[in-house]
Design a protein. Structure first.
Length: 417
């Protein structure tokens, strides 16, 4: 168990940051300010972020594809999947996976190097004894799954015997409950998905030997994850640091002094903050990416932080009844010039990307939106863009005109610092 201490007074800040400095630090830390590291590619993006959230919704693409796209540009979708899930061969040793799937901010793709640091969560799951479902015969069901995987190699749920009893999606079969429990506790691991299906394997076979251990105590695990979250955000409050990997505030308090993060104040932030020392070492400068963001992108997945940094309120409305939606089913915020300046609910109809519903924060957002829509369309194999609805008819007309101009001249990249 992690030792819980009383919350200590915030340490004296080392420096004061303006709101603009904090915003730029956050963008650079997330790989959205400055030249993209194309050599490191998708795997480098994953290591930098520390976690890429998975979600079942697929509009332009699934969210885990949209995250590297937002940072690197039009990386082929098959190349994105291959970068996540393909193992690298090693001489005289099993191929080494680059990632695994586990519970972080939500269900996430994580760098394989982080396996030891989630030991605290695996221990907590074991101590609880179950998560959502309780097995009828835990020992027998788990043994059956482990025996199948040992004998037959990596398998999907359907290959193991099926995931459901025939009812609703949550009416899991005993086999499904068992394999998910083994995933929770670390006996089984998912280092690959095929066609969105998890491929389950024995952790002892899939995780590289140097990483296959739960030797780190809870404090060491949490200290690492808090430090990693701080580096991935650049500057963050206690709540931000806790939310990144879904830790508790008191867990952050117990380790924050030993993470290397530097206490700072940020203009307009009501709470104390901590900054990554590397983020403080040099002023963030470079090219701003103009792109559409998945609602599950780690830049904006924490809604209070998004509002604090960007003055932008965003809500995923996929699970809101259609008549009550304001911005649409899967509204994607537009990032341009280092700010969030609009949003669009996209869809595809054949070779056309359809902007079903769209809003812009003024005329300066028109050209960036046109460029972002055009680039996204090309990425998913569409050759045209159609704007259906916009909350401002004048801006809608300007956007349609700009889309025509963009067709003729090509996009312009924002180079403001």
């Amino acid at each position: 168990m992690t030792a819980v201490t009383q919350r200590q007074p915030a340490p004296r800040p080392v420096t004061a940051l303006s709101a603009d400095e904090a915003r730029r630090m956050a963008l650079r830390a997330q790989g959205l300010l400055g030249a993209p590291d194309r050599r490191a590619g998708v795997r480098g993006t994953l290591r930098r972020l520390g976690a890429v959230q998975l979600d079942t919704i697929s509009v332009l693409a699934r969210s885990h594809e949209l995250v590297p796209y937002a940072r690197l540009g039009a990386v082929g979708r098959s190349a994105v999947e291959s970068a996540y899930w393909s193992a690298s061969p090693e001489a005289d040793a099993p191929a080494r996976p680059h990632s695994f799937e586990y519970w972080s901010h939500a269900a996430c793709i994580l760098p394989i190097e982080e396996w030891p640091h989630f030991a605290f969560r695996r221990r907590a799951r074991r101590a609880k004894g179950h998560r959502w479902h309780v097995m009828k015969d835990s020992a027998r069901s788990c043994a059956a799954v482990l025996d199948r995987l040992k004998a037959d190699g990596p398998l999907t749920t359907s290959q193991l015997g099926g995931g459901r009893n025939g009812g609703e999606w949550w009416d899991w079969s005993e086999t499904k409950i068992a394999v998910e429990w083994l995933l929770d506790t670390g006996d089984v691991v998912c280092t690959e998905r095929r066609g969105w299906k998890r491929i389950y394997d024995l952790a002892e076979r899939a995780v590289p030997d140097p990483l296959l251990h739960d030797d780190l105590d809870d404090t060491a695990c949490i200290r690492r994850l808090v430090a990693q979250a701080g580096a991935a955000m650049g500057v963050a409050t206690r709540a931000d640091l806790a939310d990144y990997h879904r830790l508790k505030g008191e867990q952050v308090d117990a380790v924050i002094e030993d993470t290397g993060l530097v206490p700072v104040t940020v203009e307009g932030w009501a709470k104390p903050a901590w900054a990554d020392p590397e983020a403080l070492a040099a002023a963030p400068r470079g090219r701003h990416r103009t792109t559409l963001l998945s609602p599950f992108d780690s830049l904006i997945w924490d809604r209070p932080r998004t509002e604090r940094i960007f003055g932008f309120t965003h809500r995923l409305e996929a699970y809101v009844p259609k008549p009550q939606r304001i911005h649409g089913y899967f509204a994607m915020p537009l990032l341009a010039g280092g700010k969030l300046v609009g949003r669009v609910d996209p869809a595809r109809e054949g070779g056309t990307l359809v902007a079903r519903q769209l809003s812009l924060q003024g005329s300066k957002a028109v050209r960036p939106m046109a460029e972002a829509l055009r680039e996204a369309a090309a990425w998913v194999g569409c050759d045209s863009v159609r704007v259906e609805r916009c909350d401002d008819p004048r801006l809608a007309a300007a956007l349609r005109a700009e889309l025509t101009r963009t067709d003729e001249t090509g996009p312009e990249e924002d180079t403001t610092a």
